[in-house]
Design a protein around this ligand. Structure first.
Ligand code: C2O
Length: 585
């Protein structure tokens, strides 16, 4: 729970709110039961015996301390604070195998960092795709100097999310499996708002509200609209925007929007709002799936809560057109351009994986941050980070461009840790790979929208830019949890020598104790070799490529027939044995 005694004292003394607090949260994570859609009571990952988990609410400039205790008993965990830049505190970012070791059952880990950015964020486990089991909550950074602070009276947080009735570790085992060669993702069972359904939000006539809207889902993007109320977008993923009107938002997994909504002056009706999961993402829509979740702006408790009206089609606002309030100009000179082409394909275990430039991500033996910190001048050599981390080493201060080509018919929300990036281009679907001769950089917007999670359209492309001004090891990944698990992850290693200067000697003992508890090495290259940093023998790698001459379908059929043959042999063996048994009777 939040202990914010100093903020209480500050408000008593009416000191300026710019004085920073230390805000402490003690989070004891354990299984509790919940039934948020009314369809299935199940164990969920709660905090301090409760679920939904509490929001973290701080003021810009605050120091935040989160004391995590893992009381799950059967699963390890971690926390990531999505969208926070963690400037100077890369070791507090949270992804397991990247900036820390996993926190085993019974162990603790303290996150301690200063928040120097305003806006709407969220926190979630960054271990083994487990946050959809419930370990996900809002992270709100209030800003006494917000350019929009005079435009609203109150703020309300709305989270939208998909919900599964089964445990993620079981769903993941079935997803990455020879029995799912097409890589069909498990379809959510329900859609939730504020981790429930049929939510009433009390509204007072005439007031203007800031709605902070977060998609905390695992998979589904959500169309979100408020009947008979229009929205004015003022923030996107922590970046203030010029107020921009919208009737409907498309919020991909992990994205956030703040919108102003002005209440009507009368109280003679209540109004529905809807989150509707984008069913284009689902390979097969199960019979009876309700993709929608409904809430109401309640002006009068005694009035009806009307059913939402049918809509003819989804026409969401295009976030590409947003303009940041600070008018930051496009980085028009690029120092380092990286092209990543993503696709899905099978490996020789028959399961379906996701690839950047033909490499699927596999967690290294040594968390990548610890490789940076233990390899001295060699930390700038990409080779030491291994064969399956999709490593990109950046030099301090350079302007970086990532061109992402989506060689897949799905929509994917890409997230970069440690930065908000400029969105300089996004193609329509089916455009294929980015082609500078067709779309030169001279056609890019002069004040591009910035955010930390961006949707790429089916078989389309995006171009993003940022400055390498934040030393750290930062993941770049699709925020669909299924695709994190199947390897759609790259590792950005930004200014490794600067990172050594910041953090060598400053990794807290509890971080290293968690590694020791799991026997995870904390020095050397990706394979844990400290002598010859170019010797990666023993590193973690993916299953092998399908041999040339075989098609993916062919290999899957082959593996199936081999498996079937084994089953056949086993069946004969069992028959044989029972015959023998029978004879002895
Ligand atoms: Cu919400 Cu790797 O992040």
């Amino acid at each position: 729970m939040a202990i914010s005694l100093s903020s209480f004292l500050i408000s008593l003394c009416l000191l300026p709110a710019v004085i920073a607090d230390v805000v402490v949260y003690d989070f004891d994570v354990s299984w509790v039961y919940a039934n948020p859609d009314g369809l299935a009571n199940r164990p969920v990952m709660g905090i301090n015996g409760k679920w939904p988990v509490p929001p973290i609410v701080v003021t810009k400039g605050d120091q935040v301390v989160v004391n995590l205790k893992n009381s799950l008993g059967n699963e390890s965990t971690s926390l990531h604070f999505h969208g926070l830049y963690q400037n100077g505190t890369n070791h507090m970012d949270g992804p397991v195998g990247v900036t820390q070791c996993t926190v085993p059952p019974g162990n603790s880990f303290t996150y301690n960092f200063t928040v120097d950015q305003p806006g709407t964020y969220w926190y979630h486990s960054h271990n083994k795709g487990q946050y959809p089991d419930g370990l996900r909550g809002p992270f709100i950074v209030n800003d006494p100097e917000s350019p929009h602070k005079n435009l609203y009276d109150e703020e309300i947080v709305l989270t939208f999310s998909d919900w599964y009735h089964d445990f993620m570790n079981e769903l993941l085992a079935g997803f990455i499996s020879i029995s799912n060669p097409s890589g069909a993702e498990p379809v959510p069972d329900s859609s939730l708002v504020n981790e429930t359904r049929d939510l009433s939000v009390k509204i007072e006539p005439g007031k203007t509200y800031l709605f902070r809207i977060i998609n905390m889902g695992a998979f589904a993007a959500q169309y979100v609209w408020f009947e008979d109320h229009s929205m004015s977008i003022v923030e996107v993923d922590g970046i203030y925007t010029e107020p921009t009107d919208a009737d409907m938002l498309y919020i991909a997994a992990a994205q956030r929007y703040s919108v102003l909504i002005t209440a009507k002056n009368s109280t003679d009706a209540n109004f529905a709002f809807v989150g509707s999961m984008d069913q284009d993402l689902f390979d097969v829509v199960p019979d009876g799936l309700n993709p929608n979740v409904t809430g109401w702006l309640v002006y009068d408790d005694n009035m009806d809560l009307p059913e939402p009206k049918e809509i003819a089609e989804f026409e969401p606002f295009d976030d590409f057109t947003l303009v940041p309030d600070d008018q930051e100009g496009i980085y028009d000179h690029v120092d380092h351009s990286v092209e990543l082409t993503m696709k899905m394909d099978n490996l020789d275990d028959g399961a379906n994986y996701a690839f950047f430039n033909d490499v699927t991500y596999v967690s290294p033996k040594v968390p990548t941050l610890y490789t940076v910190l233990s390899t001295g001048p060699n930390a700038t050599n990409p080779a030491i980070y291994g064969s399956n981390t999709n490593q990109i080493v950046l030099a301090a201060g350079e302007v970086v461009e990532i061109i992402l080509n989506n060689d897949d018919p799905g929509k994917h929300p890409f997230h970069l840790h440690g930065h908000a990036f400029q969105v300089v281009y996004r193609s329509d679907e089916e455009a294929g790979a980015y082609d500078a001769s067709v779309t030169p950089s001279s056609s890019f917007p002069s004040t591009p929208m910035r955010r930390d999670t961006l949707l790429v359209h089916p078989n389309g492309n995006i171009v993003i830019r940022f400055r390498a001004d934040n030393p750290g090891v930062w993941l770049f990944h699709c925020h669909i949890e299924w695709h994190v698990a199947s390897g759609l992850v790259a590792t950005v290693i930004e200014d490794p020598l600067g990172l050594q200067k910041q953090l060598n000697g400053n990794i807290p003992a509890d971080h290293l104790a968690n590694c020791a508890a799991g026997s995870v090495p904390t020095a050397g290259n990706a394979a844990g070799n400290t002598e010859d940093l170019l010797d990666l023998s023993g590193e973690n790698t993916s299953p092998g490529k399908i041999p040339a001459g075989f098609t993916a379908r062919g290999i899957v059929a082959l593996v199936f027939s081999i498996l079937a043959a084994f089953i056949g042999v086993a069946v004969i063996a069992v028959y044989g044995m029972s015959e023998v048994k029978n004879k002895t009777h």
